[in-house]
Design a protein around this ligand. Structure first.
Ligand SMILES: Cc1cc2nc3c(=O)[nH]c(=O)nc-3n(C[C@H](O)[C@H](O)[C@H](O)COP(=O)(O)OP(=O)(O)OC[C@H]3O[C@@H](n4cnc5c(N)ncnc54)[C@H](O)[C@@H]3O)c2cc1C
Length: 481
């Protein structure tokens, strides 16, 4: 009998593994399987050797979701084949390492766009599913998982589960933090589009109350809506900012569909203002990355929004609107060697104004103002580990500086409590600080137990673990058995 020969997996490379914000760095043995068989081989080896395995896509999570201190890391980016595409129905079946950047150029010429995309096109399908990501259209389209018609999960015991939304476990796997099993393929239902452009409206808002009220009003008229907030403004200007709302163009409003649906039309420019190579831009940003510098930049941005950018309507490509953060490659490096941390809170509609106002005020008072703040409108969903509410989210970026870190952690702890008390939620893709008792409280103990029961059934030896999983679901003082 001849042994089955598999393409060589890339075994055992000890590497430095980092989060997106470059604020956490740990060594890990990185494996890069190219097939389901190789994935299973690694999982079974790990079980035999008593090792733990963390799954990883593009490593675009801000916190410790894809981190694994000193353990094995299964980097799924080599499983990056597009398995099937049905241009009539808009159904795309992909392996988990296929990135959003691979998807849209494949489907757009046929008039289809992913129904939900995060703010960057670098993430993989597996990473988007495991975090159940949302876009600027969360109110209308829900999350990534709401557009998956089928998903295949390989558990560490070698079982394969083909799940559809009719299966209870489907709602646990989407947003399941990559610890129930390895997603090895999924089918997405895309959205038909008649143009590669969106119609965008931009306007400035003078304070937080208007920012939230306008976001809420715009959600009924537009499919996408997002607010940039000046995190350094105080007093009456607290929470002032700029809104961008957008909608797809109907066929009759697009005279050149073939041109705008062509991926070549969607390409982001290589230079900024036609002069500065984009790859260098983060170096220009770096000298401003301190509190007075960020105040200056935010103030200038707000006044530009109030004057030049106020009440403007224009057409913008799908890529330019959705992946604004990809305009400046490696922008996160501008934060310096300590990197950055992002923290996103979700608060029900009726409490959002007070909670966001206090949060913005408190971080200013503690001397750790947010350097970038973004507000979005959300709707609730039925995923087990959901971050969604009928309300708003506020995402805040902070530089990680050893001297300021204790103050930052302290104030985020206070904000956690305030969010919890307001019936709010948190998002694990953007989290590095949440305490387990806070996470269990917002998720609900019963839901967490149900999730852990499924975890025990599918992964009885607890092979799949990440730093996030251990932080939230590991034993902690006060946890009921
Ligand atoms: C600039 C920027 C903008 C962003 N904007 C948004 C946004 O608008 N909305 C939003 O929701 N998120 C946003 N994010 C967060 C990002 O979309 C998520 O963190 C996403 O999960 C990253 O995907 P990834 O492939 O990099 O996964 P990783 O970060 O590598 O991993 C994420 C999780 O997926 C698990 N995982 C990976 N592959 C698999 C698999 N095959 N099977 C099972 N589990 C797996 C990992 O264990 C981990 O728990 C943004 C991130 C950045 C850097």
């Amino acid at each position: 009998m001849t042994a089955k020969v598999l393409p060589t997996p890339r075994w055992d490379r000890l590497r430095r593994v980092e989060n997106f914000g470059h604020s956490i760095r740990t060594p890990g043995f990185v494996f890069q399987p190219a097939t389901e068989e190789q994935v299973l081989e690694v999982l079974q080896r790990a079980h035999k050797q008593g090792a733990r395995v963390a799954l990883r896509g593009s490593g675009r999570s801000y916190g410790d979701a894809a981190m694994a201190s000193g353990q094995w890391v299964l980097d799924l980016r080599r499983m990056n084949r597009i398995v099937a595409w049905d241009p009539k129905q808009g159904r795309l079946t992909v392996e988990p390492g296929v990135t959003v950047a691979q998807m849209w150029p494949y489907t757009l010429p046929d008039g289809w766009w992913p129904a939900v995309v995060p703010g960057t096109m670098r993430p993989t399908a597996g990473g988007c599913a495991a975090m159940n990501v949302h876009g600027k259209n969360n109110w209308h389209a829900g999350t990534w998982g709401e557009h998956i018609t089928q998903v295949r999960v390989l558990t560490p015991t070698g079982q394969v589960h083909d799940l559809t939304p009719q299966d209870d476990a489907f709602w646990a796997v989407m947003g399941g933090l990559g610890v129930l099993g390895v997603i090895t393929r999924m089918t997405l239902q895309l959205k038909p589009v008649a143009s590669g452009n969106l119609e965008v409206r931009a306007w400035a808002t003078p304070n937080l109350e208007r920012t939230l009220a306008d976001l809420d009003a715009a959600k009924d008229e537009y499919e996408y809506v997002v607010a940039w907030v000046d995190g350094t403004a105080r007093g009456r200007g607290l929470g002032r900012g700029q809104l961008h709302a957008a909608r797809h163009l109907p066929a009759h409003a697009e005279p050149f569909p073939h041109r705008t649906l062509d991926p070549a039309y969607q390409v982001l420019p290589d230079t900024f203002f036609g002069v500065v190579p984009k790859g260098l831009l983060w170096r220009f940003m770096r000298p401003f990355m301190h509190n007075p510098g960020v105040w200056l930049v935010n103030t200038a941005k707000y006044w530009a929004a109030r004057t030049l950018g106020h009440e403007k309507t224009y057409r913008q490509s799908l890529v330019a609107f959705n992946f604004l953060l990809d305009y400046v490659p490696q922008w996160e490096r501008a934060y310096g060697p300590g990197g950055l941390m992002q923290y996103q809170i979700f608060v029900p509609h009726e409490r959002a104004l007070q909670v966001f106002a206090d949060a913005l005020r408190w971080v200013q008072k503690w001397g750790v103002p947010t350097y970038l703040a973004v507000v979005k409108r959300h709707r609730p969903d039925r995923f087990w580990l959901s971050h969604a509410v009928d309300g708003f989210s506020l995402a805040m970026d902070f530089p990680v500086r050893p001297r300021r870190l204790p103050a930052l952690l302290e104030v985020l702890g206070y904000i956690d409590r305030m969010v919890l008390e307001a019936g709010g939620r948190f998002y694990f893709a953007k989290d590095a600080t949440l305490r387990p008792e806070t996470a269990w409280a917002f998720l609900g103990h019963e839901t967490v137990q149900r999730f852990l029961d499924l975890k025990r059934a599918w992964d009885p030896h607890d092979v799949l673990q990440t730093d996030l999983y251990r932080r939230i679901f590991g034993p902690w003082p006060g946890r009921k058995p």
